[in-house]
Write a protein that binds this ligand. Sequence first.
Ligand code: NOS
Ligand code: ZN
Length: 363
Amino acid sequence: MTGPLPLDLTSIQRAPKAVLHDHLDGGLRPSTVLDLAASCGYDRLPVDTEQALGAWFAAAANSGSLVRYLETFEHTVAVMQTPEGLHRVAHECVEDLAADGVVYAEVRFAPEQHLTAGLSLDEVVQHTLVGFAEGTAAAAATGRQIRVTCLLTAMRHAARSREIAELAVRFRDRDVVGFDIAGAEVGYPPSRHLDAFEYLRDESAQFTIHAGEAFGLPSIHEAIAFCGADRLGHGVRIVDDITGTGADAQLGLVANYVRNKRIPLELCPSSNVQTGAVASLTDHPFDLLARLRFRVTVNTDNRLMSCTSMSQEMAKLVQAFGYGWADLQRFTINAMKSAFIPFPERLRIIDDVIKPGYAVLIG
Ligand SMILES: O=c1[nH]cnc2c1ncn2[C@@H]1O[C@H](CO)[C@@H](O)[C@H]1O
Ligand SMILES: [Zn+2]
């Protein structure tokens, strides 16, 4: 026994991590946005150097408003319209996650936003999956094992959710493990897409719903009670249904239900600060929810817009709340338990990868 390694960014990068909430179109390398814009003739980027572009995304996304945050995706989605664009972005996504020590990832994107150059929905998914497979092989060649699966998102302001749900089911045997809805939350309640959710439930397919980010408890209630979401994307506003922060904490009906049913919360700390869902990282209810034993998970949401990684999100939580290795392991196992891959695969990653990986770090 050598004792635990210090909990800094470098050692957290060595820890096996699992991410359930990471947007493909929110995780491009700034250099790739520039390269792809040049090759596809997209001339609307706000700046033209790698460093300035990375800084522009982080600043523009740091608006305190989800709607303005989402406007930045115009530029990433614009360069992901061709087979080459989709291959490269998906390939690099896997390489970047693997280099950060992520061993399991569910990466989501909205196929309906990638049709402007004439690809079909099925082609968009096929090309993305090819990129994921290439990235996984490239990571393995450098000694990094990662399992990457895909969630298909439908945009909540649009009207294609049933079609996207069917697309997800069509690809269910090819590593598309679930469905999601995303986009502006206010004015677009999850129940607008009941048809898609009923279809998925009928197909025994799993889904998560962005809820309780820019809008409060009613959104979470709808996502669970009407739609039957298996997980909550963010779900951070569940704190609106909790009074008190210590042993005296009282849970309302919805919070109690979420905790009793172990409904996973896909918490994304930095993103929540940028969109104004929480005032600052130290004010993030992550810690309250963790202490109350909700099924909390740590996620990146959009690595480009938040200029972050899984390791950085964990390091920020360590700094804000004083977590130790056992806490990070618990959050990681929470994520793995909540993954949409089959149970035996989840167990294998927990027992053969996560636990031994943390044992080395704990010493
Ligand atoms: O935190 C979020 N809340 C709601 N929608 C989001 C968030 N991050 C990204 N997207 C939206 O999801 C689409 C597909 O990946 C992105 O294009 C963006 O519009
Ligand atoms: Zn998201």
